[in-house]
Design a protein around this ligand. Sequence first.
Ligand SMILES: Nc1ncnc2c1ncn2[C@@H]1O[C@H](COP(=O)(O)OP(=O)(O)OP(=O)(O)O)[C@@H](O)[C@H]1O
Ligand SMILES: [Mg+2]
Length: 458
Amino acid sequence: MSFLPKNIRTRLTLWYVLALTFILLLYAGVSITLVYINLRNNLDDQLQQDYEIVENLIRIMPNGTVHIDSDDDPYFHERWFQIWSADWKLLYESRSFTGKILPPISKSVETTDGFHSYSLQLKNNVDLRVLSGKINIDGKWLFIRLVRDEESLWNQLSNFMRLMLIALPVAIILAGFGGYFLTKKFLSPIDEIADKARRIGEENLKERLPVINPDDEFGNLARVFNEMLERIQKSFVRLKRFTSDAAHELRTPLTAIRSIGEVALQDYKDAKYYREIIGSMLEENRQLTHLVDNLLFLSRTEVKNFKTHLTKLELKSFTQETVEFINVLAEEKKQTIIVKCESEIIVNADRTLLQQALLNLLDNAIKYSPENSEILVKVNIAEDNSAVIEVKDNGPGIPGEHLVKIFERFYRVDKGRSREMGGSGLGLAIARRAITAQGGTLTVKSEVGVGSSFKIIL
Ligand SMILES: Nc1ncnc2c1ncn2[C@@H]1O[C@H](COP(=O)(O)OP(=O)(O)OP(=O)(O)O)[C@@H](O)[C@H]1O
Ligand SMILES: [Mg+2]
């Protein structure tokens, strides 16, 4: 279970405020430390100045006692200092010390060479800053210890901290509101996109999502969705056309069967006549079955993960076998099919699919070229090591504007003529699908009045 709110806007703002709070706290911590160090350095500087003044005021009397020449120093009475002898005896203490008890000088630290500064707290919670140093006057070693109250330092620091304490929440609240409104503004395209997407359906697939700023991420998202809509729309249109084409193609033989039956029922005839009628009906039925088989083949092979069964195939004998299969049709039209293959060629192919494709090409060549013509089937290896089966005829050829479309389902150059020949316009669509399914290509070259050449490249 997540404790975060579901809404991205609130979530972003929360994270933002959290990160900002962390950064501001860090910033406040660093600032307070720096201000403290700065104030303490100032205090130490003042103590150092005091030290130099006091140093110049010290006189050693002939009897060995210490005397302070306070007349030269207008602030003498405000300074706190002690003078200790080399054998740890307190020799002098300024009047400001009255009533304040300082711990005795630390022998290990304060009497070594150089200056020493440190803070200490008296029993009555008074914070002090101490500076001590060692000097030599007239050959005699003395220790000077100076003190200043840290009260003003802590006052300034607490003022600064109070300021931070007030400014920090105000800054966080302001930034939170600002962040919320900014994320709201930046995320607003999502609402518009969702709103539009909700209204796009089957009936208005043409419409597109709004691309508010094409260069930002949401613009990109909308563009990608629009491209997807484009593809969906295209395949939807294709599917619709396919369904209506298929229905149309199925209707023709069905209507033919019905009208043949109706005519036959009109008056009583002899058995020979009925046999003929049944024969025509069976012929229409054969076409219908062929059409349905073709449609089934296409829908079966057009699924994305359609599996082919690739095996080692010798093309020369395969082509000869396939040609023999369909040769009766050519003989009916007194056509000759010549197979040209110089050597044996082994390919990895799906035998059934390849045969289906080649049969469809041969069927077209026989169907569309005139009687007594010659059809050439050439098998060879191309320069790029691919195997090529070419079916070449001396038929009427296909005009250029139709060439790109003949592989579409139900597309026929001359609808009337092709249908008379029993064609439904699926032969080439199936051939191409059968070849591309096993990684090959099917191309066409044709010249009107000269002939056509289809190439299966594997
Ligand atoms: N060898 C060819 N010579 C001339 N035209 C051709 C040739 N092959 C195909 N065509 C043209 O291309 C169209 C599409 O061919 P396709 O094989 O797909 O359909 P079909 O032969 O009409 O019907 P089906 O093959 O389904 O029985 C044909 O209608 C025909 O007009
Ligand atoms: Mg055909």
